[in-house]
Design a protein around this ligand. Structure first.
Ligand code: PA5
Length: 450
C-alpha cells in the first residue's frame, strides 16, 4: 500500500484572505507539540494518540479469537452501546458491508444489530421479537458501565439470551467491553464469568473505535481488523507532529477549518456520495461536536448524504445563509462495476449514458455539485479515499481523530471532555426519582409546577 488518503483545500482557501491558513501554523505546531508532550488541556485522555502503533499482535489475536467464538455460535450479534461506544463500530461495519446481505443473513456472517443507543419502547420490543428463536449473542459496550440506554437494553438482552440459549451458552456468547475495574458492566461480567475487554482509562468514548469498542464488533462482522489498524498506523505516521503542516493532512484540515471559522463559517457540512458512508457521518458528527462545542464556541458539525440530500438540503446549501462550508469524503474507486444498459425505446432519454459506469455519473454529480456550491459561496474541502476498504477506513478514522485533537486545541477548548452531556441525564434521573436524586427531584417538580 503506497497511497494515502489526501486532502484538497484549494476550493476552500480561495474564500480566505491571503495567508489566513499559514497564520495559524504556529498554533497548529503548538497544538501538535502539546499533544505529543501531553501538556495540553485534557491530557489524561490522550491514549488515542499513539493507539494504532501500540496495538499488539497478541491483542488482535485475542479479539479475533473471541470474534470467532461469537461467529461460530451466533447467527445474530447485538452490539449494545451508545455514543462513542457505538458509532464507530456501526460506521465501519456499514462502510465495509454489503448494503443488503445482512438483511438476508446469507450464513457467511452473523447479522449485526445495534441496541442500547435509544430508549424507544417500540425499537426494543421489535428487537426482542426479532431475536425470538434466533441464536443470538451480545457485545455489551460501556466505558462507565452505567449508561442508562445501554444498561436498559442489556438487561433485556441478557434475560432473553439466558432464557433462549441457556445460562451456559449465554456465558459463552455474551462479551463485555468496559472499564478495568468499575461500573455495573464490569461487575456483571466478572460475576457471570463473561469474556471481557478493557477500554483504556485514557481513551475517551469518541476516540475509542480502535480499541475493542470498535475492533470486536468489526471482527465479528467478518472484517480484517489488522488491515484497519495498519491503515491507522500509516496515518499516525503521516500526521505526526514533525510532519510540516503543508504535507500533514490532519494539521492542514485543522488549520483550514479554524481559518474558515474565524472568517464567519460556523457550520461544517460533511458530505459523501456513497450511501455506505452514512454512519461515518454520524461518527464524525459526534467526534467534532463533542470535542469542539463548548465554552460558547465551536463549528456546528452537520452531515448530508449526496445525491439523496441534494433533493432536500441542496437548496439551503446552495442558497441559504452563507455561514457554511463543506467537506466531501470522496471514494475514488467503487468495489463493483455496473454499466448503463441500452434501451430500445429510450423513453427516459438516458441512452447517452449507455456503456458508462454508474460511478462516472456519480463522479460528475460530485464535480457538478462542488462547482455549484463554490459558485454559491460555499468553501469546499475534499478528503479523497482511493477505495472503501479496511486499510483506508483505518486511515480515515485516524486522520479525523488527529485533526480533531489539533483543531480543538487551536480553537482554545479542551477537546477531550464533554461536560455538557450530563445536563439531560441529571434532569432525567430527577424526573424518574432515581435514589440519590431526592433534592433534584423536588426542585424539578417545583419548577414544572410553576
Ligand atoms: O464520547 C463519549 O464519551 C460518549 O459518547 C460516551 O461514549 C457515551 O456516553 C457512552 O458512554 P459509556 O461508554 O460510558 O456507556
Amino acid at each position: 500500500m503506497s497511497k494515502n488518503i489526501r486532502l484538497e483545500i484549494n476550493k476552500a482557501v480561495q474564500f480566505l484572505a491571503a495567508g489566513a491558513v499559514e497564520a495559524l501554523e504556529p498554533q497548529v505546531k503548538a497544538a501538535q507539540q502539546a499533544l505529543e508532550t501531553g501538556t495540553c488541556r485534557g491530557n489524561d485522555f490522550l491514549g488515542w494518540l499513539h493507539l494504532p502503533s501500540s496495538i499488539t499482535a497478541e491483542h488482535l489475536a485475542d479479539l479475533k479469537q473471541t470474534a470467532q467464538t461469537l461467529r461460530e455460535n451466533c447467527d445474530t450479534i447485538v452490539v449494545a452501546g451508545i455514543g462513542g461506544s457505538y458509532l464507530g463500530a456501526r460506521a465501519v461495519i456499514e462502510a465495509l458491508g454489503n448494503s443488503f446481505e445482512w438483511l438476508t443473513n446469507d450464513g457467511k456472517n452473523p447479522v449485526i444489530l445495534f441496541a442500547g443507543n435509544n430508549i424507544g419502547e417500540d425499537y426494543l420490543s421489535e428487537l426482542c421479537a426479532y431475536l425470538a428463536g434466533r441464536n443470538f449473542g451480545v457485545i455489551n459496550i460501556s466505558k462507565s458501565g452505567t449508561t442508562t440506554e445501554t444498561a436498559l437494553a442489556f438487561r433485556l438482552l441478557k434475560k432473553q439470551c439466558e432464557e433462549q440459549r441457556g445460562k451456559e451458552m449465554a456465558r459463552k456468547v455474551i462479551v463485555a467491553v468496559t472499564d478495568a475495574r468499575k461500573g455495573a458492566a464490569r461487575v456483571t461480567a466478572d460475576n457471570e464469568g463473561y469474556k471481557s475487554f478493557i477500554i483504556p482509562d485514557n481513551v475517551g468514548g469518541r476516540f475509542s473505535v480502535l480499541t475493542p469498542v470498535g475492533l470486536l464488533p468489526i471482527a465479528c462482522a467478518g472484517f480484517d481488523i489488522e488491515k484497519l489498524v495498519l491503515g491507522a498506523v500509516d496515518m499516525e505516521n503521516a500526521t505526526a507532529s514533525e510532519v510540516p503542516m503543508k504535507e500533514n493532512p490532519a494539521a492542514l484540515y485543522a488549520a483550514v477549518r479554524n481559518a474558515l471559522y474565524l472568517a464567519g463559517k460556523k457550520v461544517e457540512i460533511l458530505a459523501n456520495f456513497q450511501p455506505k458512508l452514512h454512519s461515518m457521518n454520524e461518527w464524525w458528527k459526534q467526534l467534532y461536536g463533542e470535542s469542539e462545542g463548548k465554552d460558547g464556541k465551536g463549528i456546528f458539525p452537520a452531515a448530508v448524504d449526496f445525491t439523496t440530500d441534494l433533493h432536500s438540503m441542496g437548496q439551503w446549501i446552495q442558497d441559504g445563509e452563507r455561514t457554511i462550508f463543506e467537506t466531501v469524503v470522496s471514494v475514488e474507486e467503487p468495489k463493483h462495476t455496473l454499466l448503463f444498459p441500452h434501451d430500445e425505446d429510450n423513453l427516459d432519454g438516458l441512452n447517452f449514458l449507455e456503456g458508462k459506469r454508474v460511478d462516472e455519473v456519480n463522479k460528475m454529480a460530485e464535480l457538478g455539485t462542488q462547482l455549484a456550491h463554490v459558485d454559491g459561496g460555499v468553501p469546499n474541502l475534499r478528503v479523497v479515499m482511493p477505495q472503501l476498504d479496511e486499510y483506508y477506513i483505518g486511515q480515515l478514522i485516524y486522520f479525523f481523530e488527529r485533526a480533531c485533537g489539533i483543531s480543538g486545541l487551536v480553537l482554545g477548548v479542551n477537546p477531550f471532555d464533554q461536560p455538557g452531556v450530563e445536563a439531560y441525564k441529571k434532569n432525567m434521573f430527577a424526573l424518574l426519582d432515581k435514589p440519590g436524586y431526592e433534592a433534584e427531584s423536588k426542585a424539578i417538580r417545583e419548577r414544572l409546577e410553576k
